[in-house]
Write a protein that binds this ligand. Structure first.
Ligand code: DGJ
Length: 738
């Protein structure tokens, strides 16, 4: 109720009178409080408030059967109060955020406030990807130290408020201040307790070639979660979850997003308890995880990024797009227009030599493409997928004269040259495996299950990571390489490391991620001019952790334009369009064997980071002309597509007619795309109600003799002409009339 000093427009306010912390971004407040007992209570998260005292939200229960009294005080039950970062084994028996095991075997903890500090800016997370600031004014940080009442263990909760971006990041440190070992069994990066369950849960789920489909369903009593136990963030679930109010739509209503900046095993869980409270948690998956903390050691959790928007799913997506595009992605390519590429994978698979490669490149150059990417099969003895991962030296039988010569010849055609790697893997049939059979993840005596005839290198080992850095550096320095596609094509089985002691074996999946992050940090720093694109059998690791090192990701191995409608729609909930690799491929499509018109394939692929992946030497003259046109058009509008604001107009999960649009940041250019999936008899007159325009401005439709006001386009709509046949598409470019 009180309004003390929250008017000052500070990002973090501490009200000493009632031990309340208020975290303010431009449009949101997040409020927590130290209770008299020292426990941290969560009071509020949502629209920006003026208040610095929300004590009235803590209501005591006079009757709570089977709940334990905290500190044995009557009617004081932590379980009936929203908690900020709950432990396990004391008086809150809901899902804990942290669970430890001490040397006496016990695992009850009771963390209470010790101290806090507030500072401008945001610190790096040692060895982990995280959002960052370019100057200290962009974010304010709060660190709260908690200590267990019995054991010498501290927890540091860190919150950074990105004021302009309207986002809050969180991470957690656990410190062993004593002499005895402490085992971490669970340490999640964020916990938020809501005091009702009137929400739908949104998640992005799927499989290989069907990644990040949008799923929305009501919360129910008990736990509902998504997780990965696969050793990577995975095709099956994305490290993201949102809670939306039941009436929240694409453009209106409250939504709370939780995104995890990590590429390994994760858990995102909502527990609806017996009082209809919803506890949301996200962090490293506690399944098959533990971490031993010796005296004076600390463990750093990855970062969770929390976004609240009152403007529906679009509002949330825009915050993630802006933050991840500008303060998660890094490097010199972050703000640069991305090149239109041609990749030879679906054109040739393993069956190529330098002549066929050069023929494709020559044609690509004629058509206006800018980057040629040589995919899998250029190294070792690799003529199919049964050997040679790990042997990163060129196969001169296929590429006569080596990569230096080939890259120069391709450069001479006016194209940049890019190369595929799968550095984290080794094939049992390889020189590397012969030399170092223990360098892969394995358990002595157990079968080493192969997936795609490969095993995973043990990146928890420094020597293995150093080897990868050294080997790749050699190749990258040996030729004119402007782009790298970094692939990863299997999940972890028989998880064990020859180097870790028994009590640390369950640390392997996280240590693997730390090793991978070190490798990527060192290589992207050493080769700042190279544009890196991550990939994991398409989008098996399309996550914020990878985006920190590599500003774009191959969205899916499924290049069918109709399947891509759903994949790209789901991906766009969190990830900026510029981060999504989208290619036009051949028909019948290689994954689902569907025939779609070239125009439609172009419209869908042009909604992201555009490229081609088919044998363009085999196309008819007419098709080549169309491709030339697509490329010419994309070059004109790509700044708007790659860096503008993206709006989903109708969903492929709900509608036969799918539409989306982009508005440039300066609001002068608009691109609208429409795909009709199945042709229908007597279809209705479709008119698309655009969004994000200026009501009073006039917009001309490029190529048509038509000018409309913004309000007409938004409230009356843009007419879709009659379209013929299945999978027809149309794209409009509108320019503001000045
Ligand atoms: C999986 C990737 O997603 C494909 O694009 C291709 O690079 C293959 N691997 C090559 O093996």
């Amino acid at each position: 109720m009180e309004n003390l000093n929250n008017k000052e427009n500070k990002s973090i306010v501490y009200n000493q009178d009632n031990n309340t912390f208020i975290l303010n971004s431009n449009k949101t407040s997040y409020i927590l409080k130290v209770l008299d007992s020292g426990h941290l209570a969560h009071l509020y998260w949502g629209r920006r408030l003026r208040s610095t005292n929300l004590d009235y939200v803590i209501r005591r229960r006079n009757w709570g059967s089977f709940l334990a009294n905290t500190d044995n005080k009557e009617n004081f039950m932590l379980e009936a109060i929203s908690q900020e970062y709950p432990g396990y084994g004391a008086t809150d028996l809901r899902s804990p955020a942290v669970e430890l095991q001490f040397s006496d075997g016990s695992s009850a903890t009771d963390f209470r406030y010790v101290s806090h500090k507030i500072y401008e800016g945001k610190n790096k997370l040692e060895g982990l990807p995280a959002t960052y600031t370019e100057n200290d004014e962009e974010a304010t940080t709060l660190e709260i130290v908690l200590k267990d009442t019995l054991k010498p263990v501290e927890i540091v909760l860190t919150y950074s408020v990105f004021k302009e971006f309207d986002a809050i990041t969180r991470n957690v440190k656990v410190r062993n201040m004593g002499q005895e070992d402490v085992k971490i069994l669970r340490v999640l990066s964020a916990n938020v307790d809501f005091n009702d369950d009137n929400f739908d849960m949104i998640q992005l789920s799927g499989s290989w070639a069907r990644e990040r489909h949008f799923v929305r369903q009501p919360l129910r009593s008990g736990s509902q979660s998504i997780e990965s136990r696969r050793g990577s963030s995975s095709h099956a679930q994305n490290p993201f979850m949102a809670l939306a109010r039941k009436d929240t739509t694409e453009t209106k209503g409250d939504i709370y997003g939780f995104s995890f900046v990590y590429s390994g095993n994760f858990l995102a869980n909502v527990e609806v308890d017996m009082f209809y409270n919803s506890r949301v948690q996200i962090g490293i998956n506690p399944f098959d995880f533990s971490w031993l903390l010796k005296e004076n050691e600390e463990f750093q959790s990855p970062e969770a990024v929390l976004v609240y928007s009152p403007n529906g799913v679009t509002g949330m997506s825009h915050i993630y797009h802006n933050l991840y595009g500008k303060r998660l992605a890094r490097g010199e390519h972050r703000d640069k227009i991305r090149p239109i590429l041609i990749n030879n994978w679906e054109a040739t698979y393993f069956d190529f030599n330098e002549t066929s490669i050069k023929n494709i490149a020559k044609e690509a150059s004629n058509l206006g493409m800018e980057l040629f990417v040589l995919d899998d099969g250029w190294f070792g003895k690799r003529n199919n997928d049964d050997c040679s991962l790990g042997d990163w030296f060129v196969n001169e039988d296929k590429i006569k004269g080596g990569l230096g010569k080939l890259s120069k010849e391709i450069n001479d055609m006016g194209l940049q040259f890019g190369l595929w790697f799968e550095p984290e893997m080794v094939c049992p049939v390889s020189e590397l495996y012969e030399k170092y059979p223990d360098w892969c993840i394995h358990i002595p005596g157990r079968i080493r299950s192969e997936a795609r005839m490969q095993l995973i290198l043990d990146l928890s080992r420094d020597d293995v990571c150093d080897y990868i850095i050294e080997t790749l550096s050699k190749v990258l320095s040996s030729a004119s390489i402007s782009y790298v596609k970094w692939d990863m094509n299997r999940n972890m089985t028989e998880i064990g490391s020859a180097k870790l002691p028994p009590e640390r074996q369950r640390e392997l999946p996280h240590r693997y991620m730390l090793g991978l992050y070190r490798i990527m940090e060192e290589l992207t720093t050493a080769f700042p001019h190279i544009l890196f694109e991550s990939c994991s059998g398409g989008g098996g690791r399309f996550d914020p952790g990878m985006l920190y090192y590599m500003p774009q990701t191959w969205t899916s191995d499924n290049t069918d334009a109709i399947e891509r409608l759903k994949i790209q729609y789901g991906t766009s909930l969190v990830y900026p369009n510029v981060s999504m690799g989208c290619h036009v491929s051949a028909v019948p499509n290689h994954q689902v064997h569907r025939m779609t018109p070239l125009n439609t394939r172009g419209v869908v692929a042009m909604s992201g980071n555009f490229g081609y992946e088919l044998d363009i030497t085999k196309l008819s003259d007419e098709e080549k002309e169309m491709i030339k046109e697509q490329i010419k058009n994309y070059k004109k509008i790509r700044e708007t597509i790659q860096f503008g604001d993206y709006y989903r107009l109708s969903s492929p999960f709900e509608s036969n007619d799918v539409a989306w649009m982009f508005v440039s940041k300066d609001k002068k250019e608009v691109v609208v795309s429409f795909v009709r999936q199945r042709a229908l008899p007597h279809p209705k007159f479709e008119s698309l109600k655009l969004v994000g325009l200026e009501e009073d401005a006039s917009y001309e439709i490029v190529g048509e003799d038509a000018v409309f006001f913004g309000d007409e386009l938004m409230y009356v709509g843009l007419n879709v002409p009659e379209l013929v046949g299945d999978y027809a598409a149309k794209m409009w470019v509108l320019r503001k009339v000045l």
